[in-house]
Write a protein that binds this ligand. Structure first.
Ligand SMILES: [Mg+2]
Length: 203
């Protein structure tokens, strides 16, 4: 079993130890939630396109005191379609774009393995959320996970998040159509990230 995790934006206290997060936390899937997904994978900044409403959604979460943490499967690393440094570079660029509109992404945890790796971090497994929770002392039972894939919702349910939210962007419509046949439980289904954020803020 492989237990490699990566995180790319650690906010440390100068001793190399990340500060615990005391704010409420929203875990966000990346592809199909923040940016337009592609079956060819998102390999470069040029291919990275924000989905309408996603920047605004992250900005509103940030301004309402939520900490956003991205939780993402990136098997393109295992498949050698892209490299770790390209992915890290693109993630840092994504964070800079979010910060430019007044939002923030506190950190990014991703699984670089393929579907056959039997790792503990590839969603629907819960290793990424558990790693984030241990790094930042987060109570998972108070968190929210937003995703477009059945795996995201299954991961949220298995990890014990308070809410799993599905968005209809990316693979979301397809996921919605099969949800009734699955044991996955969603608290809300939104048209896009901004719609999901409105539900979170109005609760
Ligand atoms: Mg996705």
């Amino acid at each position: 079993m492989s237990t490699i995790y990566y995180h790319s934006n650690i906010v440390s206290n100068g001793k190399g130890v990340p500060e615990p997060i005391t704010n409420p936390v929203v875990f966000l899937d990346r592809d199909g939630v923040i940016n337009v997904d592609s079956c060819e994978y998102i390999k470069t900044r040029e291919e990275f396109q924000f989905i309408p409403g996603s920047l605004e959604g992250i900005k509103q979460l940030t301004q309402q005191g939520f900490k956003c943490i991205v939780i993402s499967n990136q098997s393109m690393i295992h498949r050698k379609i892209s490299t770790l440094s390209h992915l890290m570079d693109m993630n840092q660029w994504m964070i800079s774009q979010v910060q430019a509109v007044g939002g923030d992404i506190h950190d990014i945890f991703f699984c670089p393995h393929g579907p056959d790796a039997n790792c503990s971090c590839r969603k629907p497994r819960t290793g990424l959320i558990e790693k984030a929770a241990s790094v930042y002392s987060i109570d998972i039972s108070k968190t929210i996970m937003i995703g477009d894939n059945l795996k995201d919702i299954q991961c949220a349910n298995s990890a014990g998040c308070a809410h799993g939210i599905l968005v209809r962007t990316g693979k979301g419509l397809k996921t919605e159509s099969i949800l009734a046949n699955e044991k996955a439980v969603t608290s809300f289904i939104g048209d896009n990230l901004l719609d999901a954020v409105r539900w979170i803020i109005e609760r």
